[in-house]
Design a protein around this ligand. Structure first.
Ligand code: HEM
Length: 335
């Protein structure tokens, strides 16, 4: 059965389950109870197994989140009681079957902190950024679970482990794909650090295998090569520049590591790190070579200036391009 409406999940803390219900009709629940779809309910997926193995390798304990599933079940009950009053003219039967995005969002919020936000946002790019428009391979499909041993993904196992805790709690209520979970978590990470609120469409299916290797841009690329790399993923130069603004959070030295703002672009305009008398780069820890490479290209520089001067414009464009990123190469649920 094809979905008639696909749920969008606003990352806004002010968007209650009301907005989620009103915008969603993914099949999965019936009359306030959970009925898992065939694809979701078929026991442990290959991704779940790969994730467990990752945990076992690290000799970690149980995956249960900090809040008990009772919290979610109480929410389910409340939702079922209130639903008829919140949906005056809607098809109640359809809405009651909704795939409840608020459960995913709550589960993510339970495990996410500002300090963990950057790693989670990076995870989004490393899952979705394998997309290749030419053969439609890769994309936002949760395959990052199988790719943690690749050199470009060093350190991302920590973020996967964090989201694994959320997934265990959410799966108790309704099965969530890794791809949906990562897409929502990245949006939550941005919002938590003060960035734009990003609605995320739900219903991504997970891949059961790793994506082709070598698809993410290397740190050594110059602007021309970066443009080419992003164009193979369907992104324009402007979209590449605005997505690179994600480096404003995290450990690369652009402003505060936990505040999502336009300081990335402001710092880039301040100029390259200066070499001190000792021969050491005074700001050696600021940015990657690829970040500075953007300043050497006129087209990129034009966008860097725009975003440095206009944070609202940065937020708007980042939101739109993030949505495009997390929808890259997606196979959507149809039942
Ligand atoms: C332009 C091509 C890109 C390259 C070559 C690149 C490469 C890197 C590298 C090498 C790091 C440092 C990882 C570490 O500290 O261990 C990093 C960090 C990060 N990247 Fe990118 N990246 C690119 C684009 C993006 C995009 C498009 C996003 C998201 C939309 C993103 C999100 C992040 C975030 C949030 C961090 C900080 C992670 C942390 O400090 O924990 N990157 N990136």
């Amino acid at each position: 059965m094809e979905l008639t409406n696909i749920p969008y999940l606003a990352s806004s803390s002010s968007s209650s389950f009301f907005s989620s219900y009103c915008s969603s009709t993914c099949r999965g629940r019936r009359a306030g109870k959970l009925l898992l779809t065939a694809s979701a309910a078929g026991g442990r997926s290959a991704a779940d197994l790969a994730h467990s193995q990752l945990f076992e390798q690290e000799n970690e304990g149980a995956l249960s989140g900090p809040r008990s599933s009772w919290h979610y079940k109480r929410r389910e009950f409340t939702s079922a009681i209130l639903l008829p009053f919140l949906l005056p003219h809607a098809d109640i039967a359809s809405a009651a079957e909704a795939y409840d995005g608020s459960i995913i969002r709550s589960g993510v919020r339970n495990v996410l902190t500002k300090a963990k936000a950057a790693g989670v946002l990076r995870l989004v790019f490393h899952d979705a950024g394998t997309f290749d428009v030419s053969d439609k391979s890769g994309g936002m499909n949760g395959s990052i679970i199988y790719e943690v041993d690749r050199p470009e993904n060093t350190g991302l196992n920590r973020s996967i482990k964090i989201l694994g805790k959320a997934k265990a709690g959410i799966d108790d209520i309704q099965k969530v794909s890794w791809a949906d979970l990562i897409a929502v978590a990245g949006a939550e990470a941005v919002a938590l650090c003060g960035g734009p609120e990003i609605p995320v469409r739900l219903g991504r299916l997970d891949s059961s295998t790793a994506d082709p290797a070598g698809k993410l841009p290397e740190e050594t690329l110059d602007a021309a090569a970066l443009k080419l790399a992003f164009s193979t993923k369907g992104f324009s130069t402007q979209e590449m520049v605005v997505l690179s603004g994600a480096h404003t959070i995290g450990g690369k030295g652009f402003g505060s590591p936990i505040i999502f703002d336009n300081s990335y672009f402001k710092v880039l305009l301040e100029g390259k790190p200066q070499t001190s008398s000792s021969g050491m780069e005074a700001k050696a820890m600021v940015g990657l070579r690829t970040d500075w490479a953007l300043t050497e290209d006129d087209e990129c520089l034009r966008w860097i200036r725009i975003y440095a001067e206009d944070q609202a414009r940065f937020f708007d464009d980042f939101r739109d391009t993030y949505i495009k990123l997390v929808d890259s190469g997606v196979t959507w649920r149809t039942a």
